[in-house]
Design a protein around this ligand. Structure first.
Ligand code: GLN
Length: 286
């Protein structure tokens, strides 16, 4: 008699635990269900049946990748972000729930006519904002050709490609004109700390999307240097930051004439998205 789904599942949990995976039961179940193509309830009701041949092969392949510590999103090919599905692969940063803090902060303000996203990755920030603001258009820049291709497919899939100008470039290279909203989730991990991150991140996510140079702040310096020319009068710039970077990043922007208008906190209560305005337009916080 061939093994049932339940039997394969318990073998998989043991193998993932041996590989050091953080939540082996959750991942094994998600992989098994993904391989089956069934909805959660149908899958649960059919645990005592053996899987089909294709399903078993898909499960074995996925399991092998997870044992090699490839992230679940890359194995399954997508990740949910702000309620929408984004294609994800080894060329892009896996969209993080923390980044939804930036989305909430942006949506709490007035809808802009044009949004600029520096460092698109999967496009999760810009494309979410365009989907939420049907009258806005946006420019997104990304220096990795692989990531740009993923972002373009995501724009098509979400039906916002007609309003999203996605261009290759390094920070402000491809930027023309001014924007009422500038957003970015730049790489901000100090270079020498990348190696100490968990295997899923250091082994599978693009180094360039993670490393912010020796002190983790290189991208903020580049963005602060070009922001004056790209931000429309009265506009807002919202940037994601790493743990403990609030004061350093605020100082970098203050030097260029931008005042910290708000520090938006994530679910752990850490300042996660800093909102800047021109200091001349926002004297309050100084
Ligand atoms: N904007 C993308 C994201 O937030 C990519 C960010 C990055 O590559 N550092 O996921």
């Amino acid at each position: 008699m061939s093994a049932t789904r339940a039997g394969l599942l318990s073998d998989a949990i043991r193998l993932l635990a041996e590989a050091g995976v953080g939540d082996p039961a959750r991942d094994a179940r998600l992989l098994a269900r993904w391989a089956s193509g069934l909805e959660a309830a149908a899958f649960a009701a059919r645990l005592d049946e053996p899987p089909g041949v294709d399903e078993a092969a898909r499960f074995a392949t996925g399991l092998g990748k997870r044992i090699a510590r490839q992230p679940m999103s890359q194995i399954m090919g997508s990740r949910e972000f702000w309620g929408r599905r984004f294609e994800v692969g080894p060329d892009v940063l896996d969209p993080r729930p923390e980044t939804e803090t930036l989305i909430a902060a942006a949506l709490a303000g007035p809808a802009p006519r044009r949004v600029l996203d520096l460092g698109l990755g999967s496009g999760c920030i810009l494309l979410t904002l365009l989907a939420e603001w049907p009258c806005a258009s946006g420019l997104g820049v990304e220096r990795s050709a692989g990531a740009l291709a993923v972002a373009r497919r995501n724009a098509e899939a979400l039906g916002v490609a007609g309003r999203a100008d996605l261009q290759p470039g390094d920070w402000f290279d491809a930027v023309r004109g001014r924007f009422e909203l500038v957003v970015s989730n730049p790489p901000y991990i100090p270079e020498q700390e990348v190696e100490a991150l968990e295997p899923e991140v250091r082994g599978w996510e693009p180094f360039a999307a993670l490393s912010g140079g020796a002190d983790g702040l290189a991208a903020y310096r580049a963005i602060a240097a070009g922001l004056e020319g790209a931000l429309a009068p009265g506009g807002r710039a919202i940037l994601e930051i790493g743990a403990g970077q609030e004061d350093d990043v605020a100082a970098i922007f203050a030097e260029r004439g931008f005042a910290l208008a708000a520090a938006h906190r994530d679910l752990d209560e850490r300042p996660r998205a800093l909102e800047f305005r021109r200091a001349s337009e926002h004297p309050g916080r100084f």
